[in-house]
Design a protein around this ligand. Structure first.
Ligand code: GRF
Length: 199
């Protein structure tokens, strides 16, 4: 399956996907990396891995809608069949989800449905939970609300800071994201409305 990735930042999850792909563990190939941020480290990682990549800064477009359309058209041109969001900081519109018609996955640094949105690790610390983790889910029209594919829990330690908890969660992200992408690209997992079906 032809897999595309959208990323806005450092791209460590993209790197985990690249490593899995190189080890033949992705059941597909990485064919496109798009970013809305010029100079994102994710783009450098794509370059080094020889993956076609493109940047779509908002400042180059008259509106958010046109920026999103450009991303959509580029992904379609690259014939992407599965899209993985990896730290992509834009919420995709209902129209985008409807028009692209391929599975879209996201990785989030909490055990959803707890701590949706930004700064999930800070939210977990402030709430005082003793266990947190990460979630891979299908993307739907809501914020971090789509059907859950995989989760991994990590302990929250008394001495944790946002940085130390984020680092522990990130290690788990790098384990479960490539695995979950592989399940979907191999057809072992499918989405049927809100239900995730294992075949
Ligand atoms: C990760 O924590 C991911 O869960 C969240 O954004 C962060 C991206 O990190 N959606 P990276 O760019 O993959 O290193």
């Amino acid at each position: 399956m032809r897999i595309g990735v959208l990323a806005s930042g450092r791209g460590s999850n993209l790197q985990a996907l690249i490593e899995a792909w190189k080890h033949g563990e992705l059941n597909g190939e990485l064919v496109a990396v798009g970013s809305d941020k010029e100079g994102a480290l994710a783009l450098k990682r794509a370059e080094e891995a020889g993956i076609p990549h493109a940047t779509f800064p908002l400042s180059h477009f008259p509106s958010r809608k046109e920026q999103e359309n450009a991303i959509l058209n580029w992904l379609l041109e690259q014939k992407v069949e599965l899209l993985a969001l990896a730290g992509f900081m834009k919420v995709l519109s209902k129209e985008f989800l409807h028009d692209i018609q391929i599975p879209i996955l996201n990785i989030h640094p909490s055990l959803l449905p707890s701590f949706q949105g930004l700064h999930a690790q800070k939210q977990a610390l402030e709430y005082g939970v003793k266990i947190s983790g990460c979630t891979v889910h299908f993307v739907d029209e809501g914020l971090d609300s789509g059907p859950i594919i995989a989760q991994e829990a990590v302990p929250v330690l008394p001495e944790d800071t946002e940085d130390s908890l984020s680092a522990r969660i990130l290690e788990a992200e790098h384990r479960i994201y490539p695995e979950a992408v592989g399940w979907v690209s191999s057809g072992r997992i499918k989405r049927n409305g809100r239900i995730v079906v294992k075949l």
